[in-house]
Design a protein around this ligand. Structure first.
Ligand SMILES: Nc1ncnc2c1ncn2[C@@H]1O[C@H](COP(=O)(O)OP(=O)(O)OP(=O)(O)O)[C@@H](O)[C@H]1O
Length: 610
């Protein structure tokens, strides 16, 4: 099972082995770029250590030749060794130095890796927050974002494997140079012997990556089942609905599919890698044979043959590491593509409006002219031909059936969404031309699904932006929203942590949270106030309190509130009834009653029910 729109999957499956190998320089360059941006010193240290380690490998091999010549050169071994004492010391020092430099390089890579993850993740966060809000309504944006988070995590492995690859490649270069000097036929033999192993490793990586992508949808589905089965938010429904058995069965079914697909891929990869390794083993045996033949034919001194044997072993091991790290890097490079793809997907969504500044004290009038709005991918508009004026000091109630377009209109009027047709103007300035940060700084919004921030009560109201009069403003906002009693009951008042999942955190009821969310909007003291069903979870007393004070709070502001309790609309200066994205009625409460239209019918139904 895989995502129908997974273009990246198609691309990676159709890559040839050579094309895959060609990706490695790009992956190494990306590792270097991320490394340089996070810690230049660590990158420099890493490179110096790698080059130093390679040089010492070559030095050790050269010193080995001299020692072996002393040992196998005939005559007294002890005397020979004494003669080549310097070479022995050089050999020992070079070996020690190489291990130390290798360890230092690994240390530098380990220091860089988490920083690279952080930097890559920050790029994703920055791109996501710079995107228009409407981007989140596009499924491709969400999918790409999820894959990018995974890719960002992998950048740590990219650095570690890049270090391993360059270290092995440097050792290889050193050993290969020594081998070539000893006999020119050795290097081509060595390279030929490792080709099957490289082929197996790269093909194996491709098989595993293909399986990974095939399993993406199932892996996501399984993690959704897991979280829905065990998380606190759903725990009561899982129990009350006796759903645990059903959910666990679903988990098993999806897991079974995942494991079967994975096993199939692992088997295929193992076979391919096994064939490659076996052929490389045959190649290595052939090299040993050639060495023996060269020695037997007197074309190579025993000391040189000894060094060649060592160099062949060293370079063989280095080649194998190079190939395996290269194959892993290839897989990581595919994940990095996911990361880079999100940055590319997010780019066109980046907020790109004008830079005109709205009035410092906010708009006197908000005008929607022939506004329409269609969600990305939707086949019909959520808003269609809306014309509306909202003046400062006026309170408008937006009502209508579920899905009528109320929340969408509230977002369009405040500039959170730009209309896809028509215009919204604040004092004549089209919001498409205005600096979005300036516009949104004039807006206080209570969304339908407000966030229960895992912060202290104070930050839950100030949102990290305290007013000059500090807690006085916080208490005033809390009092206006009826959250004062909530705060008074907290063990440490405004300092109490509302992060319920953490130790010491304090939980609130649904209605108490909603009061805090309303207090947030009041604390912001913005000239445009929008409240989307602000009392849906409140008890009758708290609801009454908010609506009786709303008129006073709305003074000097342009206020819109959305409600399904039509009796609350009595206090609005104007009621706008939406029906399937269009304004079906508008007027004062009394005017709409007199018209005896849809609003009146809905009101009657509610009154009869109550
Ligand atoms: N992300 C989306 N993608 C596509 N269509 C959407 C999306 N969000 C909302 N819609 C559609 O837009 C229309 C208006 O939705 P909106 O949330 O504005 O309605 P509402 O009047 O606020 O509803 P409710 O009273 O249930 O909160 C609905 O038909 C809804 O299905």
């Amino acid at each position: 099972m895989r995502l129908a729109s997974d273009r990246h999957f198609e691309a990676s499956v159709n890559l040839s082995t050579w094309a895959m190998a060609r990706r490695l320089p790009g992956a190494l360059a990306e590792a270097a770029r991320l490394g340089r941006r996070t810690d230049r010193r660590a990158v420099r240290a890493l490179l110096i250590c790698q080059i130093g380690a390679a040089a010492l490998t070559a030095t050790a091999l050269a010193a080995t030749t001299r020692v072996l010549a002393a040992v196998f050169g005939g005559g007294d071994i002890a005397a020979g060794l004494q003669q080549s004492l310097t070479a022995v010391v050089v050999l020992a020092l070079a070996a020690c130095g190489r291990y130390l430099l290798d360890a230092a390089a690994r240390g530098a890579a380990a220091r860089l890796a988490p920083k690279a993850v952080r930097e890559a993740d920050l790029e994703v966060i920055t791109a996501a927050t710079a995107a228009e809000l409407v981007a989140y309504e596009d499924p491709d944006f969400e999918d790409a974002h999820a894959a990018a988070c995974d890719g960002a995590e992998k950048t740590g492995d990219l650095i570690l494997d890049a270090q391993l690859l360059t270290s092995a490649a440097a050792q290889l270069a050193a050993a290969a140079t020594v081998v070539t000097v000893l006999h020119p036929v050795m290097l081509p033999l060595l390279v030929a012997s490792v080709i099957p192993c490289a082929w197996g490793a790269v093909r194996g990586a491709r098989i595993e990556h293909t399986a990974h992508h095939r399993n993406l949808a199932d892996a996501r589905l399984r993690s959704v089942f897991r979280s829905y089965t065990t998380e606190r938010n759903t725990a009561d429904e899982v129990r009350a609905g006796t759903m645990a058995g059903f959910l666990i069965r679903q988990y098993r079914i999806v897991s079974g599919r995942l494991e079967a697909e994975q096993l199939k891929a692992t088997r295929k990869a193992l076979v391919v890698q096994g064939v490659g390794d076996a052929l490389t083993a045959v190649g290595t045996a052939a090299i040993w044979g050639v060495l023996v033949l060269l020695m037997a034919a007197g074309r190579m001194e025993p000391a040189a043959a000894g060094t060649a044997a060592l160099a062949v072993r060293t370079s063989g091991a280095a080649l194998a590491t190079t190939v395996r790290a290269g194959a892993r890097l290839f897989r990581i490079s595919l994940s990095l593509d996911d990361w880079a793809r999100f940055l590319a997907v997010a780019k066109p969504w980046t907020t790109c409006r004008g830079s005109a500044q709205v009035a410092e004290d906010g708009p006197q009038v908000i005008t929607a002219t022939d506004v329409s709005f269609t969600y990305p991918g939707a086949d019909r508009p959520a808003l269609d031909g809306i014309n509306l004026d909202l003046k400062r000091g006026e309170v408008i109630a937006l009502v209508g059936e579920n899905g009528a377009g109320k929340s969408t209109l509230a977002r369009v009027l405040t500039g959170l969404f730009l209309p896809t047709g028509g215009s919204v103007r604040w004092d004549g300035m089209n919001l498409a031309d205005a600096d979005p940060a300036g516009v949104l700084s004039k807006v206080a919004l209570v969304p339908q699904d407000y966030t229960r921030w895992p912060l202290a009560a104070r930050e839950n109201i100030t949102l990290g932006q305290p007013r000059p009069d500090g807690d006085t403003a916080v208490h005033a906002a809390a009092e206006a929203a009826g959250a004062d009693s909530v705060i008074a009951a907290l063990p440490h008042g405004l300092d109490t942590s509302l992060a319920r999942s953490w130790w010491g955190g304090h939980d609130l009821s649904g209605g108490q949270w909603q009061r805090v969310a309303v207090a947030r909007a009041f604390h912001r003291d913005a000239p445009v106030l929008v409240m989307d069903e602000p009392t849906a979870a409140l008890d009758a007393r708290a609801e009454h309190r908010i609506y009786t004070r709303l008129k006073a709070l709305a003074h000097g502001r342009a206020t819109v509130f959305i409600t399904h309790r039509l009796a609350n609309t009595r206090l609005a200066d104007r009621i706008v009834v939406l029906d399937q994205g269009r304004v079906s009625e508008t007027g004062t409460y009394d005017e709409l009653i007199d018209q005896a239209g849809g609003f009146f019918q809905m009101l009657k139904l509610q009154e009869d029910r109550d």
